[in-house]
Design a protein around this ligand. Structure first.
Ligand code: NAD
Ligand code: UFG
Length: 369
């Protein structure tokens, strides 16, 4: 029997490409829809190096109803994992309309197309940012929405739309996964995070300092009321997050309705604890200086991670040392990201391509992958 096809929007990105690896390992065939606005098509070649299967890439926009209809008509899709979106908090403050357009209108276009196609199984990439910055930790899923920036509000609004949809139509099975801080890379060193430009986030910044590509890490504040004064977050390995999608997908396929689940470890780590773990993993010293607090940063939060375990049997298995070791392996082997050739030993697996990569677009002249 043919493996079920899963449409993965945003599947060429950081979490999406790792999710493709996990889906293939679990016996699914990902079909990726991505504009590549914040990613690189070569991430999917790295997925093929790891798994032996190169996902189909459809270069198209999740807001494009005609493109979506063509994808559902061309591929016999069983379910959707929806990761496509914009995710930079600062940018969302400066340009909120683009965030509501891509994240909210994009999801509306997607669920309408899914409904037309009769595909009603959905896993959505949400974020701990829906909780805002004043909930006591550990934060459970029952905490109220209190997002403090447009990015977070787009995620909360999408969750509300999906909850209304699930209430109105019992044929839908939906899981909203609220990621805390996904970091790390695939353990092979073949796939990882490659931000465009200077990284905003802690882990890729540390990795680039370790590699000598940036002079020093600026710690955004060391006067918080935390273990060492620096910000505390719940860092979770990206492969644990990826595997969480597989578990959630199976849950959504079995159970109609909607589920909100945190994906975190249930433990917080400070900026300086992450730096120390990275120094141990890499054997390199991370130069740093203490700077002012970053506007909008919360001092400390971490997940109550029990909900995902109770609902669909997922919990994080990899610790901070492994997150750092895997990030460093990726960074050291690929200092220029996907511009670096995949190591020769990676091509040992036979490669299978589900179909030719293609562009399904309603707008003439749109660029192809
Ligand atoms: P990413 O930028 O690497 O991946 C997003 C992907 O979506 C990219 O490949 C991008 O090209 C694509 N995309 C953007 N707009 C699109 C559009 N209109 N149509 C089709 N594709 C489009 O980011 P990521 O870290 O992999 O995040 C994936 C999802 O997880 C996002 O929805 C993000 O909001 C959410 N999330 C991420 C984090 C995190 O810390 N990385 C935390 C919580 C939630
Ligand atoms: N930090 C530094 N220096 C840096 C970068 C970050 O000290 O150069 C600190 C921050 O102040 C914070 C911690 O490292 O204390 C983590 O910061 P990140 O930027 O890596 O992550 P955030 O917690 O700010 O936000 C991330 C994603 C959001 C998502 C949120 C969910 O970027 O999109 O996790 O928990 F919503």
């Amino acid at each position: 029997m043919r493996a079920p096809r899963i449409l993965v929007t945003g599947g060429a990105g950081f979490i999406g490409s790792h999710t493709c690896v996990a889906l293939i390992a679990a016996g699914y065939l990902p079909v990726v829809l991505d504009t590549l606005v914040n990613s690189d098509a070569r991430s999917l070649q790295r997925v093929a190096c790891i798994t032996g299967v190169e996902p189909v890439l459809v270069c198209g926009d999740v807001r494009d109803a005609v493109a979506l209809d063509r994808v559902f008509a061309a591929y016999n899709v069983a379910a959707v994992v929806h990761l496509a979106g914009l995710k930079a908090v600062g940018e969302s403050v400066a340009d909120p309309v683009s965030y509501y357009d891509v994240n909210l209108a994009g999801t509306l276009a997607l669920v309408q197309a899914m409904d037309r196609a009769g595909v009603r199984r959905l896993v959505f990439s949400s974020s701990a940012t829906v909780y805002g910055d004043s909930q006591p930790s550990p934060i459970a899923e029952s905490a109220p929405y209190a997002a403090v920036n447009p990015y977070g509000r787009t995620k909360a609004m999408v969750e509300s739309v999906l909850a209304d949809l699930a209430r109105a139509d019992a044929r839908w099975g939906i899981a909203c996964l609220r990621y805390f801080n996904p970091i790390g890379a695939h353990e092979s060193g073949l796939l990882g995070e490659r931000p465009h430009g200077p990284p905003n986030n802690l882990m890729p910044y540390i990795a680039q300092v370790a590699a000598g590509q940036r002079e020093c890490l600026v710690v955004h504040g060391a006067d918080y009321d935390t273990v060492d004064g620096t910000g505390v977050r719940d860092y979770v390995h990206v492969m644990d997050v990826a595997e969480g999608h597989v578990s959630a997908l199976r849950h959504a396929a079995r159970r109609p309705g909607i589920l909100m689940a945190n994906l975190g470890t249930g433990r917080g780590a400070s900026v300086l604890e992450v730096v120390s773990a990275f120094e141990r993993a890499s054997g390199r010293r991370i130069a740093l200086r203490i700077g002012p607090r970053r506007p909008g940063d919360a001092p400390a939060y971490w997940a109550d991670a029990r909900g995902a375990w109770q609902a669909f049997g997922w919990r994080a298995r990899r610790d901070l040392d492994q997150m750092c070791a895997d990030s460093w392996r990726w960074q050291a082997a690929n200092p220029h990201g996907f511009d670096d050739p995949a190591p020769a030993h990676a091509s040992g697996l036979p490669r299978f391509q589900d179909n030719t990569s293609t562009s399904i677009n309603s707008k003439p002249g749109h660029s192809h992958a």
